[in-house]
Design a protein around this ligand. Structure first.
Ligand SMILES: [Zn+2]
Length: 366
């Protein structure tokens, strides 16, 4: 793994991500991640974990990621840094205290978040890890076995599945956002609880049968966020904007289209949680610095002319949960590498962008 990772970094990767709520990522132990992060650090990259839990074990999960950074010397960027589910209501301050202690100790740490309450993932992600062993075909076969179904029901409904952050799944919070099988299209937009009530069956039965019929392809919105946590985290000095958007499905999470204008409109102009300058820094200079982008993220002599010209009085997100595929309003001109790609609100068709790769001196165009 270390050899493969080094190869990827030499080819220009900016760092390593990990998905520790998901199989097979969840099988990686702390010591293994420390070893890999040592390689990332050698090349000047960073670790971007989706950590083990955003629910019952959220704080322990964040502490583990910080510990990996301390032991390996590798910078860490806490991806979609949320404190979700009932167990974490009002507890953002505990996460931010952990972040402040790490920063005070010299750990190179940043984090990002999206400005919405629900999360989004796949329906299959809620399954316990053991139930997905052996890959999709083995999983589908298991979903037809009565013993396995009962064991899954117990973990999801009573114990708290590791695939659901160790929290008991409340079916009223699980809303379908996309299906592969057209015959299931009527279920999109409904919660598993609603479907269960309608069909006179339990939430788990509906859940398991949807997974089988849709061959694990169903995507969901998970209504588990807290407004006060979202606001507290976005104010932190190490915070950057991230959409965590999934672009697939009939009704994907609107954050894929609305995240950036929503920070400017709702959280800066309307609510005043951030000043306009703070909001802009979180989506330009700060992430560019984390990615070590060479001469990007600031408007300065000698920098690449990547510019978004928006109207601060009218910029806003128009993407909604009902109609998520909506572009932002109030963005008038966009330049990439000095070439207009949006002019007076319309795309020009120009594609002057280039893939950027990591080098020892920052990024360069591929
Ligand atoms: Zn994630």
């Amino acid at each position: 793994m270390r050899t493969l990772l080094g190869e990827g970094l030499r080819q220009g990767a900016v760092g390593m991500s990990s998905g520790l709520t998901y199989t097979p990522g969840m099988y990686a132990g702390t010591a293994e991640l420390v070893e890999l992060c040592r390689v990332v650090a050698q090349y000047g990259g960073f670790h971007a974990p989706h950590q083990r839990s955003y629910g019952a074990g959220a704080l322990e999960g964040y502490a583990e990621m910080v510990e990996i950074a301390r032991q390996s010397g590798c910078p860490v960027h806490l991806t979609h840094a949320t404190m979700n589910f009932g167990v974490n209501q009002g507890r953002a301050g505990e996460l931010l205290d952990l972040v402040d202690r790490a920063l005070a100790d010299g750990v190179d740490l940043t984090l990002d978040s999206y400005p919405y309450l629900p999360g989004s993932t796949t329906l299959a992600a809620l399954l316990p890890g053991w139930a997905t062993e052996g890959g999709p075909q083995a999983t589908l076969a298991r979903l037809g076995e009565p013993d396995a179904r009962e064991r899954i029901r117990y973990e999801v409904e009573e114990k708290g599945s590791d695939g659901c952050h160790g929290v008991v799944t409340d079916w009223a919070t699980i809303q379908l956002s996309g299906v592969r099988d057209p015959a299931l299209a009527g279920a999109v937009g409904r919660t598993v609880a609603e479907l269960a009530a309608e069909q006179g069956r339990s939430g788990t039965e509906v859940f398991l049968d949807l997974l089988r019929r849709d061959e694990l392809a169903t995507t969901i919105l998970q209504h588990v966020g807290h407004e006060e946590n979202v606001r507290a985290i976005m104010r932190h000095r190490a915070h950057t904007v991230g959409s965590d958007g999934l672009l697939v499905g009939a009704r994907p999470h609107p954050r894929a289209w609305g995240t950036f204008p929503r920070y400017l409109a709702r959280y800066s102009r309307e609510l005043g949680v951030l000043t306009l300058e703070e909001a802009v820094a979180r989506m330009t200079g700060r992430p560019a610095a984390r990615l070590r982008l060479d001469r990007r993220g600031l408007i300065a002599p000698g920098h690449h002319a990547d510019l978004v010209l928006f109207n601060p009085g009218t910029v806003r997100d128009t993407a909604t949960f009902e109609q998520p595929r909506q572009p932002a309003a109030g963005i008038e001109h966009v330049y990439v590498n000095g070439t207009a790609v949006v002019r007076q609100g319309r795309t020009t068709g120009a594609r002057p962008g280039r893939a950027l790769r990591r080098t020892d001196r920052g990024t360069r165009a591929a």
